[in-house]
Design a binder for this molecule. Structure first.
Ligand code: ADP
Ligand code: MG
Length: 304
């Protein structure tokens, strides 16, 4: 189990993270979310032991994670960290990059392991390609496989699919997160993508102004976001004085009601339309099955 005990950290004077505490159990998948600059990458780096803490402690089971003041080599053996900027060997092949840290004493097993990992990140056709010839997304997949090579106990992923296109993202996500669950590898994923969180995370932590403002399951936080910052991570939403936060799909256009507005714009979003409506000089977003003409008067109701 990972235990973060009351840690605080700042690069200079101002604290980027203040009094942060949480635990992550073995095999658990935790997502870390928050606006850009909220400290997600910093927190991952602290867990890896990249910097010395101002206050608090981090433990993996009974091992205390120590910063550079107390450690010559940053990063304990049992943790792997895949940074936003990945670090590969450009002039060697995908297979060689993935196998770099694997022992040569058992060449057959080494090759089997490399093949298994290449399959997880879906890079079979590129096994013999030099890394410098790969796209950004392909390189990111090599970095993921490399981090898994010597099965870590704890995997820290910083926006792991940010360079990967939508064609590949869905299947890669399924394949990687399934692999981690099967092997009971604990993972912490910093992300801005709700699809990394909703279907795969056991828990999600929201960072805001150096603090944790929510720590719960994605289901609970989606259903009852409490704060507009949390709702905005998931979907288009409205914040009503009386009814509170309602997602666009919780508003319905009807023939008649007390709530009357005027259509400003309709946005095509695939399986439906997002209608931007002016209501009492505010903007309200409503999901609807079809496009509506600008300036049409509409009535809507709020579903529960
Ligand atoms: P996130 O990953 O959530 O976008 P970061 O952890 O990268 O956030 O950054 C948190 C804050 O720390 C930001 O204000 C950022 O400017 C600052 N910061 C990040 N890295 C450094 C650094 N190496 N030196 C000084 N300040 C930094
Ligand atoms: Mg970051």
């Amino acid at each position: 189990m990972l235990q973060i005990k009351n840690i605080s950290f700042g690069y200079k004077n101002a604290l980027v993270l203040e009094n942060i505490s949480f635990n992550v159990k073995k095999g658990e998948h935790l997502s870390l979310i928050g606006e850009s600059g909220s400290g997600k990458s910093t927190l991952l780096k602290l867990i890896y032991g990249t910097y010395d803490l101002n206050e608090g402690q981090i433990f993996w089971n009974d091992t205390k994670i120590l910063g550079p003041k107390y450690n010559l080599i940053i990063g304990p053996e049992f943790i792997k960290y895949v940074a936003q900027e990945f670090d590969l060997m450009p002039f060697t092949t995908v297979s060689e990059n993935i196998g770099e840290f694997l022992s040569n004493f058992f060449p057959e097993e080494k090759q089997k392991r490399i093949a298994e990992l290449i399959e997880v990140v879906e890079l079979e056709p590129f096994a013999k390609t030099k890394v410098k010839e790969l796209s950004g997304g392909q390189k990111q997949r090599v970095a993921l496989a490399r981090a898994l090579a010597k099965q870590p106990q704890l995997l820290l992923l910083d926006e792991p699919f940010s360079h990967i296109d939508n064609f590949k993202k869905q299947s890669l996500r399924r394949s990687l997160f399934k692999y981690l669950k099967e092997k009971e590898i604990t993972c912490i994923v910093a992300t801005h993508d709700k699809e990394d969180v909703l279907s795969y995370s056991d828990t999600m932590i929201v960072l805001h102004e150096a603090k944790i403002i929510a720590n719960d399951t994605p289901q609970k936080l989606y259903k009852d976001p409490k704060l507009s910052l949390i709702a905005s991570f998931f979907d288009e939403f409205n914040d009503f004085e009386l009814q509170g936060i309602k997602y666009a799909h919780q508003l319905k256009i009807v023939h008649q009601s007390d709530l009357e507005g005027r259509v400003k714009t309709s946005y095509f979003i695939g399986n439906s339309w997002l209608i931007e409506v002016e209501y009492h000089s505010k903007t309200v977003f409503i999901k609807h099955h079809s496009q509506l003409k600008e300036n049409t008067t509409v009535f809507f109701k709020i579903l529960n």
